[in-house]
Design a protein around this ligand. Structure first.
Ligand SMILES: Nc1ncnc2c1ncn2[C@@H]1O[C@H](COP(=O)(O)OP(=O)(O)OP(=O)(O)O)[C@@H](O)[C@H]1O
Ligand SMILES: [Mg+2]
Length: 594
């Protein structure tokens, strides 16, 4: 076979024919032409010889540059014409089995990879491969989850909040806004501040949240109505299908404006009902709810500016006709006073300080923004004030989701870019235990997160915490949070937890053992006298449905360690009572020890 193809780089293995047969005379006969052809052939022959020569250690092989000829066929066969090169390489069949079965196939077995989509969390403990994971990316981009939510479980101090902070940081980098609607510790304040977000402090004497404040709802509704009017005007000027499209758009935007207002009204009403429930330890009656509802509408129509709870109380005392109608006083003012007496007493409690009042009864100090990461710092409220904690968490959730609604409506109308939020409900067990109605509230949030365009992270310690609620109905709902979560991330957990956990998330025996081993206590370091790091710190198992879990170790960067330190108060030794201690600023009698 004669080969003049300059790309041909190896001998035809079938024929073994020498392609470079000497030919001094060209086929066209004339001497000048023959010379040109012969020169061209010489060049081609040299290249062929160089390409075919196999380095045997001869002098030429050592002096000439190394041939580029591949010594074995490539994945697609021998390169070039006649080499049998395949156009397509068929992927090998893959089979999945347990490590007990597939170990016999060594070295052809490989661990399943994890999608490299989402926030980089750390290394896979089994393979050392990088693991990227967060509920929003796994739902939106990787299509691995049924809804963008996660539930994190694990014993205290093993790094649950740190893991969630990592996700929040990464998601903020992707353009998702973290919203921490009630930070009881505070775990997230430093991070949100570092992300140039908004830190809203709430608490007695620290900051107030007016539950009658519609936030940005009124301004957004006015903006939407303006856009609807513009579209309607454009529709009137246009003809044919363009006019129909513009009219339909205008109608849609008008509906969005009405929805924003209705949502803001509903939220205020729900919050008053929730506060009354917490205050009285019993829900308000239907009639009281109707009175509050009508009084709020009356306020909207007649009150200048943003009302506070005291204005609502004043309206109920004033007894306008609309309110008296729903109170069913049958035209008797004395009967009206008797009907509204309990409600009035509760509202007096809410407006004049008392157990819950102060924080909710004054104008909002810092309105929440929808274009920034936000944290509500409610850490000043003591754990012993569980009623106030419950009320303030509810108010934060209500304000937060109200803002999300406004943002979604404006994005739907094309007035603002579509924003996604990552809502973090840390220390969920405290919120759930804080009072009646909390479970229902979280239940509603967990069901709606997909529709609202928010990712949700719920964090708690153990399943037993969730199942320690007083009523059976609440316990079932709380277990539903774990069952419905798109992914469950487990840290170290005691062995006694496993029956309850596996009832909600299927886990193999090996996975259960792994979780139990991560909750072992840390060893004493005999040299330094310090305790070593707990074995389970930063180790988590990512479970999605019934799939095998992905064990990971979260590695914090130095920058993160600075904002992640939740043990800050323990870094300096207490100096009280020491000789060299700085003089106390308070004039207290400090006994000086020898
Ligand atoms: N992966 C990690 N590597 C090193 N240190 C870590 C890691 N994760 C957490 N830590 C450290 O452990 C401490 C406790 O972490 P973190 O507050 O996240 O735990 P937690 O599980 O949320 O605790 P709690 O249940 O009490 O809220 C912090 O000081 C944090 O810096
Ligand atoms: Mg925590």
């Amino acid at each position: 076979m004669t080969t003049t193809d300059p790309h041909r780089t190896q001998q035809d293995p079938a024929s073994g024919e020498d392609a470079g047969t000497p030919a001094d005379v060209g086929p066209w006969g004339g001497p000048a032409e023959a010379r040109t052809v012969s020169l061209a052939r010489d060049g081609a022959r040299k290249r062929q010889r160089r390409a075919r020569s196999i380095p045997h250690g001869t002098d030429r092989a050592q002096t000439e540059p190394k041939p580029t000829r591949p010594l074995r066929p490539t994945l697609r066969g021998w390169l070039g014409r006649g080499g049998g090169q395949a156009v397509n390489v068929v992927a090998a069949d893959e089979f999945r089995g347990t490590t007990v079965q597939v170990c016999g196939l060594y070295p052809f077995s490989v661990g399943t990879g994890t999608p490299m989509i989402g926030v980089p969390l750390g290394k896979n403990l089994a393979t050392g491969a990088s693991v990227c994971c967060d509920p929003i990316s796994w739902f939106q981009r990787a299509n691995l989850l049924s809804n963008p939510s996660m539930f994190v479980l694990g014993k205290p101090g093993l790094g649950k909040s740190s893991l969630t902070r990592r996700m929040a940081t990464g998601l903020a980098g992707y353009g998702t806004l973290p919203l921490v609607l009630g930070d009881l510790k505070p775990d997230y304040v430093d991070l949100i501040r570092a992300l140039d977000g908004q830190v809203i402090t709430l608490g007695r004497g620290r900051g107030y949240l007016n539950i009658l404040d519609p936030g940005e709802a009124h301004a957004a509704a006015a903006r939407l109505q303006g856009e609807a009017d513009r579209l309607n005007r454009a529709a009137a000027a246009a003809v044919g299908s363009a006019a129909a499209t513009l009219r339909a758009e205008g109608l849609k935007v008008t509906r969005l404006a009405a929805q924003v207002l209705a949502d803001a009204h509903g939220r205020r009403h729900t919050m008053i009902a929730a506060l009354l429930t917490i205050l009285r330890a019993a829900p308000p009656t239907d009639r009281e709810e109707a009175i509050v509802d009508r009084a709020l509408k009356w306020l909207d129509e007649h009150h200048e500016g943003i009302p506070v709870l005291a204005d609502l109380l004043a309206v109920i005392r004033q007894a306008p006709d609309e309110v008296r109608q729903v109170a069913l006083d049958r035209g008797d003012l004395n009967r009206y006073r008797a009907i509204t007496e309990d409600l009035e007493a509760s509202l007096i409690g809410l407006t004049t300080g008392g157990r819950l009042g102060e924080v909710f009864s004054r104008p909002t100090t810092t309105p929440m923004r929808r274009d920034r990461p936000v944290v509500y710092d409610v850490s000043s409220i003591d754990d012993s004030e569980s009623d106030l904690q419950a009320a303030i968490l509810l108010a934060c959730w209500s304000a937060g989701f109200g803002t999300v609604n406004v943002a979604t409506a404006l994005a739907d109308a094309g007035l603002e870019p579509q924003r996604h939020y990552f809502v973090i409900l840390d220390e969920l067990w405290r919120a759930l235990r804080a009072g009646r109605g909390m479970v229902d509230r979280v239940d509603a949030l967990t069901r709606l997160n997909r529709a609202r365009g928010v990712g949700l992270a719920m964090i708690s310690h153990t399943m037993s915490d969730l199942l320690a609620l007083p009523s059976e109905e609440d316990r079932m709902k709380a277990r539903g949070f774990v069952e419905r979560a798109g992914m469950v991330i487990c840290g170290g957990l005691p062995g006694a937890e496993m029956p309850q956990l596996t009832a909600a998330v299927p886990m193999s025996g090996a996975e259960q053992q792994m979780l139990a081993s991560w909750q072992d206590p840390p060893a004493w370091d005999a040299v330094t006298g310090h305790e070593a790091e707990p074995p389970g710190r930063g180790r988590f198992l990512i479970k999605v449905g019934g799939r095998p879990g992905i064990p990971i170790r979260v590695e914090l960067t130095r920058a993160e360690l600075e904002v992640n330190d939740t043990n800050k108060l323990w870094h300096t030794t207490s100096r009280a009572g020491r000789q060299n201690a700085a003089a106390p600023s308070d004039p207290v009698d400090v006994e000086v020890l020898p």
